[in-house]
Design a protein around this ligand. Structure first.
Ligand code: MG
Length: 405
């Protein structure tokens, strides 16, 4: 890309919460970005509206039925004179990500299906701005290796990792003493341990600060989200686990901190709005005005910090342990968590049973000490089966108790 030309961008997960914020940044800076490609899961109506507004050259939907519906709608849409091709399936997402002539792929997909598109984009030489934390958790080594081979760069979109990236700018790696990740604590920060058994999906989906998709919101409520970010931080910044700490910060204004060897601590503080980390990554190394609300510190009053409670929120401990074990253990943790969260949202297991399913899988699924990409993918597959078995077991035990009483 020569200077002054718009960045050619593809957005994966364009109809989700990260995709929406990314398109807001594009609307703010229309001359700087050319939306070449859009991809989503099954929401073809929203994708149709985005095609009309942003005129991508190619689009994809993971769901084949939705892709058919979009093709039909595009063929009769007056607003679109030459409709873009509509790819389908996970293959379609990969093709979009690895497409020719892209400068930047924004990966806002949820879950492990974000991995292969990330690798495809890096291999084609595009930069990747990644909100899909499962990619780094599942296969941190191969992803970071692909990033270092690639002409493109990998940027974290997680607000915490973006904060660390901002704090580290201009500082040598060896100057870092520790990283302090902040966590909102989720909606059940003040709930007693026994009360966590009765948490409903509706309660878990009402996050106090951030507006996100269901998987990420439940991860915040169990604090697995922070656990995944600890692992992400380890791989992305190459920082050992014993130098990554977490503190609960309910105001969600300090997005994370870095302490340097001289005990100086840098924090990145701003209103909680994903447009900020997204724009930071999309325009890096430039900083531009954003649509984010300016921080009123006096109105904010106080910033508070607490120690996370690992008794009530064991997912954070499980994630740290899996990270320390290394190999395929983080991939097992991630896959078991995806299945457990799905089962909780489908009312198949209780909220407080999510950590048990993950722990069961971590004990059962033998890790591979020096895994290849294939090993990571098969660990993901095996674990999903094992986690589904654990969910079925819990259901039949609950059913047996129900009929016995
Ligand atoms: Mg985050």
């Amino acid at each position: 890309m020569t200077q002054g030309e718009p960045k050619r961008v593809a957005i994966l997960g364009s109809t989700g919460s990260i995709g929406g914020s990314t398109l807001d940044v594009v609307r703010q800076w229309p001359d700087r970005f050319d939306v070449r490609a859009l991809a989503a899961g099954g929401n073809w109506e929203s994708l149709l509206a985005q095609v009309i507004e942003f005129r991508p050259r190619i689009v994809a939907l993971r769901d084949a039925g939705a892709a058919r519906a979009l093709r039909e709608a595009l063929s009769v849409a007056d607003a679109v004179s030459s409709p873009p091709p509509v790819l389908e399936g996970e293959e379609g997402l990969r093709e979009i990500a690895g497409g020719d002539g892209l400068d930047l792929v924004v990966n806002g997909l949820v879950g492990s299906l974000g991995l292969l598109p990330t690798l495809a984009a890096l291999e084609s030489g595009a930069s990747v701005a990644i909100a899909n934390k499962e990619t780094l958790v599942m296969a941190g080594e191969p992803v970071m290796a692909a990033a270092s081979r690639s002409r493109g760069e990998l940027f974290p979109l997680d607000s915490e990792l973006s904060a660390i990236h901002q704090c580290l700018r201009g500082n040598p790696e060896k100057a870092v003493r520790r990283v302090i990740l902040t966590a909102s604590g989720g909606p059940f920060r003040l709930r007693s341990g026994p009360d966590l058994a009765s948490v409903t999906p509706e309660e878990a989906l009402a996050h106090p600060t951030w507006n996100m998709g269901p998987k990420v919101t439940v991860d915040c409520a169990t604090m697995m989200n922070k656990g995944l970010e600890v692992i992400e931080t380890h791989f992305y910044f190459d920082i050992p686990f014993d130098r990554i700490e977490t503190v609960v910060h309910p105001q969600s204004l300090v997005h994370s901190m870095v302490e340097f060897v001289d005990q100086s601590v840098m924090a990145q503080i701003s209103a909680p709005d994903m447009c900020l980390p997204i724009q930071y990554a999309m325009t890096y190394p430039e900083r531009l005005p954003s649509g984010v609300r300016s921080l009123d510190l006096v109105a904010t009053g106080s910033l508070t910090f607490e120690k996370p409670d690992l008794e009530r929120f064991p997912c954070l401990r499980l994630a740290r342990d899996a990270g320390r074990t290394g190999g395929t253990a983080p991939a097992v943790l991630n896959a078991a968590n995806e299945i457990a969260v799905e089962a909780f949202l489908a009312r198949e297991i209780r909220f407080d049973q999510i950590p048990g399913v993950i722990e069961h899988c971590l004990e059962r699924c033998v890790g591979h000490p020096e895994p290849t990409l294939e090993n990571f993918l098969s660990a993901d597959g095996f674990t999903r089966e094992e986690a589904r078995r654990a969910v079925r077991d819990l259901r039949s035990r609950a059913h047996a108790r129900g009929t016995a009483s």
